[in-house]
Design a protein around this ligand. Structure first.
Ligand code: SF4
Length: 225
């Protein structure tokens, strides 16, 4: 399993924003967005634990869950975690078995380019899918995750022009607007404050949920928090 970092924090984005979680940030990504806030996951040396049966990874996750007994959520993020589905399935089974009766939820943050295997899907409670539009520097694509009972769609936007682009994609892909979020682009509290009001106006008009990244307000661009 290629891992970038494992840490305990607060989910800052999407429908579970504000909840404590253990984050497992996987390395590698199949896109290269020009605004990527975790480029180190696909640019830096990739530490591969695969030969050690991912043991060190799951042990680190288990340790954090033991240190934080009230935390219920594990967020599998990246990079693009869907590139390592088999490893995630094995890790989830190990983690869930380690905690018996304790309720654990598994959330995946993904760009939506890769569908979920039935094995992974059976173990995942939520997909936070962040489809990329042309403003990311990637060609628009059709998302592969369309289970509306489990998936929300989080579009990164900096200004109303980006919102228009995202709305076109939402309609083209027939995504339900009540499951769509506009997440304000930025890594600092200042950027969140400056950019959010104009995007909030679009959200009010178009029935989209506004998402202001809590981690940017709380910790800026700092890693592993
Ligand atoms: S999909 Fe996500 S991790 Fe990959 S380059 Fe884009 S923003 Fe970065």
């Amino acid at each position: 399993m290629v891992i970038s970092e494992i840490f305990h924090s607060i989910q800052g984005e999407g429908p579970t924003a504000g909840r404590p979680a253990v984050f497992v940030r996987l390395g590698m990504c199949n896109l290269q967005c020009n605004f990527c806030d975790t480029p180190y996951t696909w640019q830096e040396g990739k530490e591969d634990y695969s030969d050690e049966a991912n043991e060190r990874v799951v042990e680190a996750i288990v340790k954090l869950l033991q240190e934080h007994p009230r935390t219920q959520m594990i967020v599998w993020t990246g990079g693009e975690p869907m590139m390592q589905q088999r490893d995630i399935v094995a890790a989830i089974d190990y983690i869930d078995a380690s905690f018996g009766e304790r309720t654990l939820e598994h959330e995946i943050e993904t760009n939506g380019t890769i569908g979920a295997s039935s094995e992974l899907d059976a173990r995942i409670d939520r997909y936070n899918c962040s489809p990329k539009t042309a403003m990311s520097g990637n060609d628009p694509y059709t998302v592969r995750l369309k289970d509306f009972s489990k998936t929300i769609y989080k579009y990164v936007v900096e200004n109303p022009k980006h919102c228009t682009e995202a709305l076109q994609e939402i309609d083209r892909q027939k995504l339900p607007r009540d499951r769509c979020f506009f997440m304000v682009l930025g890594t600092t509290a200042q950027e969140m404050l400056e950019r959010s009001p104009a995007i909030a106006e679009v959200c009010k008009r178009e029935g989209i949920t506004l998402c202001i990244r809590l981690q940017s307000i709380l910790w800026g661009a700092k890693r592993g928090v």
